[in-house]
Design a binder for this molecule. Structure first.
Ligand code: FAD
Ligand code: NAP
Length: 560
């Protein structure tokens, strides 16, 4: 296990001040803050072969961020904001990966990252107030601080479908996409029609021989509106970056536009149609839901108006009425808003077929394809799972994380994951989470930055005040869960089944996983808690822990 860093070793255990898990946006910025500003000895681990997180893993054709490029990046490197070239309105996976690699190189981050290493266990030692970390290759490490930047859309969900192991063709999950996958001319099946499935379907339809889309739930989609951007557009952004970030960080969804203040039903039908049509032409899922009107996500009548508009578009775009019917959602428009590059029109292609697996469920995967309940065998060379993620806490449950008194995180979170302010959870001292449960539901880089900066301030505070441990009170955590529940219940999102409420995984607690109050409000809460001497947290000082250690050692001696 080579390391280029200074380190002290006790037995086989290598000591750091902080260990960070994950080398995506979150982990990289955390490393930068802790190492370069706080001057701590930091080690980052990632199971991937390189940096990027989401953008390392999700290499499927069509993978695109639907946050506009100017705000899907770090705001803290101001020089880079000016230097980095924006050429398209949105960023494809290779563009984002290139950006993240550049950040890693520019800030010499790679030297402190250990790739291809899975963290399998993390145990808090109450005597030393340190985390003991184990890796899949037998490595043992310890650190005072453990930062989990595990990703909220990272643990893949592969549904347990009968016969999955007998399939003789190629089987891929979109979030573990092999670089050398060749779909040209092949008979391809795609299970799943979320953000990922709709992107992959649209991208591969022109190159595959035949494409069968196994759809369980139809989706409301609007065009993404990607394309090249002009020099004026880019210059304008670069000139105004300070005010752009200020707006982003004080807004609700942080997507770089002002959210509408106009209720849907306060305008005439003709005006409503015009506003929806403009948004359709401009593109962007979050813009369609939040920039058009103020109440699509909270008021049923408003929501139906948006639904009706999209349903009409589907009937206009899709030529075959039966396919159009299957593609048309009838439920609430209250999942993550989606946008596409021609998804509905893809079903006008001769080589694309749609199977409604809600009406006609998947029975089993066979040696040569997939069999539906009606007995039809869909012969396939390649089967793609675009079936999403065990979101938010999925990666936590895959690690043996144990806090005070050996409590397992799975036990602490058995009713569903909880946190205090998304960044910490009771009984797990000195463990700080980036995008932990009950954090803001937004464009994520600005939320990641917010959390990384706040965690960095807490750690700086602990170092200054010589605190040995810090963790939230269970009461503070319960109160925060209640706040998140209260806000969620005021929205229509809580009435729709999606990963946002844990509804996509059989057996997963169907509860609140996000703070739907917006990034601006979240930042205010963080600011107030900090100003109020970290209200809701409890501390131990180094003295008290020294005393505890001394006592323990004395007791050991007496026992001996
Ligand atoms: P991640 O990028 O997920 O990184 C987590 C890392 O932790 C991974 O590299 C993983 O390998 C590592 N890890 C996890 N467990 C372990 C372990 N036990 N041991 C070692 N390493 C471990 N968000 C937006 O705001 N806008 C978008 O347009 C958008 N598009 C998306 C498109 C796709 C296809 C997906 C899947 C997500 C998208 N997201 C989008 C969400 C995206 O995940 C975040 O924007 C962001 O990239 C998350 O960064 P992160 O560092 O928090 O986590
Ligand atoms: P997802 O939204 O959870 O979609 C998964 C799809 O798989 C759904 O259509 C689901 O159907 C289907 N599915 C799951 N299990 C199934 C089963 N057993 N049988 C049949 N169908 C099954 O996952 P995702 O598409 O990967 O997206 C997750 C999130 O990642 C997005 O919401 C977004 O935040 C992010 N993302 C963003 C972009 C982007 O454009 N920026 C792109 C990709 C991902 P049901 O709906 O019926 O459950």
């Amino acid at each position: 296990m080579p390391t280029m860093m200074s380190k002290s070793t006790i037995g086989t255990e290598i000591k750091y001040d902080a260990i960070v898990i994950g080398a995506g946006f979150g982990g990289l910025y955390m490393l930068k803050k802790l190492r370069d500003e706080l001057k701590l000895k930091v080690r980052v681990f990632d199971k991937a072969k390189d940096v990027g997180g989401t953008w390392y893993w999700n290499r499927y054709p069509g993978a695109l961020s639907d946050t506009e490029a100017f705000t899907y990046c770090f705001s803290w490197d101001q020089d880079l904001l000016q230097e980095w070239d924006i050429t398209t309105r949105y960023l494809t996976q290779p563009q984002i990966l290139k950006y993240i690699n550049h950040v890693a190189d520019r800030h010499n981050l790679r030297q402190d990252i250990q790739f291809e290493t899975v963290i399998t266990a993390a145990e808090f030692n109450e005597e030393s107030s340190r985390w003991l970390i184990s890796t899949n290759d037998g490595g043992k490490y310890s650190a005072k601080y453990l930062v989990t930047a595990l990703g909220l859309l990272s643990a893949t969900n592969v549904p347990n479908i009968n016969g999955i192991d007998q399939f003789k063709g190629e089987l891929y999950h979109t979030a573990n996409w092999p670089g050398d996958a060749n779909l040209n001319g092949k008979r391809v099946g795609v299970i799943g029609t979320g953000s990922t499935g709709t992107q992959v379907v649209t991208a591969i339809a022109p190159v595959v021989g035949s494409l069968t889309v196994f759809q369980r739930s139809p989706q409301y989609m609007v065009p993404v509106g990607n394309g090249p951007v002009s020099k004026e557009y880019v210059d304008n952004i670069k000139r105004n970056y300070d005010s752009i970030w200020e707006q982003v960080k004080s807004s609700k969804v942080a997507f770089g536009f002002e959210e509408s203040q106009i209720p849907t039903m306060s305008v005439s039908e003709a005006e409503r149609e015009k506003i929806f049509q403009n948004a359709w032409e401009k593109g962007g899922g979050f813009r369609f839901m939040f920039e058009t009107f103020s109440d699509i996500a909270i008021d049923e009548k408003a929501n139906i108006a948006a639904q009706d508009f999209i349903r009409k578009k589907i009937s206009e775009i899709v030529k075959d009425p039966e396919t159009a019917r299957k593609l048309t959602p009838r439920d609430l428009y209250a999942k993550r808003p989606l946008c596409d590059s021609g998804y509905y029109a893809t079903f006008n292609r001769e080589n694309v077929a749609l199977v409604d697996v809600k009406a006609n469920p998947i029975k089993e995967i066979t040696v040569s394809g997939l069999r539906t309940e009606d007995g039809v065998d869909h012969e396939l060379d390649v089967l793609i799972f675009a079936t999403g993620f065990d979101a938010v806490d999925g990666n936590y449950k895959r690690i043996n994380i144990r806090g005070r008194n050996g409590i397992a995180i799975q036990e602490h979170w058995k009713e569903g994951p909880s946190s205090y302010l998304s960044v910490a959870t009771a009984n797990f001292p000195n463990m700080f989470m980036i995008l932990g449960p009950n954090g803001p539901f937004t464009n994520l880089p600005p939320t990641i930055e917010t959390e990384v900066e706040w965690v960095s301030e807490i750690i700086a505070y602990m170092e200054e005040e010589k605190l040995s441990s810090m963790e939230p009170n269970i009461e503070a955590e319960t109160l925060w869960s209640g706040t998140c529940r209260e806000i969620a219940d005021k929205t229509l999102f809580s009435k729709a089944d999606s990963w946002i409420f844990g509804a996509n995984i059989p057996g997963k607690p169907h509860t609140v996983y996000f703070y739907l109050g917006g990034l601006g409000a979240f930042r205010e809460v963080l600011h107030d808690v900090r100003k109020d001497n970290y209200r809701g947290f409890k501390f131990e000082t180094q003295n008290s822990s020294d005393k505890k250690n001394t006592l323990t050692k004395q007791m050991q001696k007496e026992d001996a």
